[in-house]
Write a protein that binds this ligand. Structure first.
Ligand SMILES: [Zn+2]
Length: 279
C-alpha cells in the first residue's frame, strides 16, 4: 500500500556502528518533495546522492534505512535553496509514479521535517525547545514534551448481507462514493470511533467490528486504521453536512470510487472478492 513498507527500517536513533554506511538524501521544501523533473517516471527520482547543491540553511533528519543504505531528509527553508532545475512536487502527485517504498520514505521525510520546523518553540511558554534523543523535544522552562504529531482516523467498510454501504462526501466530486471515515476523538477507543462515525454520518448502528489494516496517510499527518463492520440496526440517514448521500450497493452496482492508493480501495477490493457471507 502507498506510504507503507515493512522492508524499511525506522529504528531511531541510528545505531552508531551503522553511521558510515552509504547515504541518500531527500530534499523537502514546504511539505513538498524535490525531484529532478527530467528523470520521471522512475523509482530513484526523489533521491539525491549528495547535498553539495544545497547552499544555505537546512534541516537534517535521519529518516530510516533500506538494506545497507541510509536515508536522510534535508529540509530546505527557502525556495531559493531548491537546486537549479529541480522541482518541488506534492506527495499526492507522486502516488503511482514512484514505488511504495519510496513513497513511504517521502511521506515520513515530509512529516519529520515538518515536525522540526513546527516544534522549535514551546507552545505553552514560547521559548526554544531542546531536542531529546528519541525524536522528541522538551521545553527547558515548563518541561512540556513534544513528539511528531499523528492524527489517527478510522475508516470502515460496513456490510449488510451481500451489500456494502458507500457514501458520497460533501468534499468529493459529484458521483464519487467511498466508505465512512473520520478522526478519532480524545478519549475514544478505535471501535468507539467506528460506531460514532457511522452513527453520526449515516445514522446506522454497527456490530462485529474487525480490524483490517492500517496505512500512514501524510496529509498532513494521519494514520488511517481500517475496519470491517456488520450492519446492526437503523435506516440510512445521511447527515447532510459531511455526507450528502449514502446507500447499500451490491457487487454489480458499485458506483464511481476514488482513485487507487488509499486503504478505502483495499477495503472495497476485499468486499468485491469476498466469497461468502460474514466477515
Ligand atoms: Zn514551555
Amino acid at each position: 500500500m502507498p506510504f507503507s513498507n515493512d522492508d524499511l527500517d525506522f529504528t531511531y536513533p541510528l545505531p552508531a556502528d551503522l553511521k558510515n554506511r552509504p547515504s541518500c538524501y531527500l530534499y523537502i521544501y514546504n511539505r513538498k518533495v524535490v525531484i529532478d523533473p527530467l528523470s520521471l517516471p522512475g523509482t530513484q527520482t526523489i533521491l539525491h546522492n549528495d547535498i553539495k547543491d544545497i547552499k544555505t540553511k537546512r534541516i537534517v533528519q535521519y529518516v530510516g534505512s533500506l538494506g545497507k543504505k541510509l536515508f536522510y531528509a534535508i529540509g530546505l527553508e527557502s525556495h531559493k535553496d531548491v537546486p537549479y532545475g529541480m522541482q518541488p512536487v506534492f506527495l499526492r502527485d507522486l502516488i503511482g509514479k514512484i514505488d511504495d517504498k519510496m513513497l513511504a520514505l517521502a511521506g515520513r521525510a515530509v512529516q519529520l521535517v515538518d515536525f522540526e520546523l513546527t516544534s522549535r518553540f514551546c507552545g505553552r511558554c514560547g521559548i526554544l525547545t531542546e531536542t531529546l534523543e528519541d525524536r522528541g523535544k522538551k521545553c527547558p522552562e515548563c518541561d512540556l514534551l513534544i513528539y511528531p504529531r499523528l492524527s489517527p482516523a478510522i475508516i470502515v467498510l460496513v456490510i449488510k448481507e451481500d451489500k456494502v454501504l458507500l457514501a458520497r462526501s460533501a468534499h468529493f466530486m459529484s458521483s464519487i462514493y467511498s466508505v465512512i471515515a473520520g478522526f478519532v476523538e480524545p478519549g475514544e477507543t478505535l471501535e468507539h470511533a467506528v460506531r460514532r462515525e457511522v452513527k453520526e454520518e449515516v445514522g446506522l448502528k454497527v456490530k462485529n467490528i474487525r480490524y483490517f489494516a492500517s496505512q500512514p496517510w501524510p496529509f498532513p499527518n494521519s494514520l488511517m486504521i481500517g475496519f470491517i463492520a456488520e450492519y446492526a440496526e437503523g435506516e440510512i440517514c445521511a447527515d447532510g453536512k459531511e455526507i450528502i448521500d449514502a446507500a447499500w450497493f451490491s457487487r454489480d452496482e458499485i458506483p464511481n470510487l476514488p482513485g487507487k492508493g488509499s486503504i478505502s480501495g483495499h477495503l472495497i477490493d476485499w468486499f468485491m472478492n469476498r466469497k461468502e457471507e460474514g466477515i
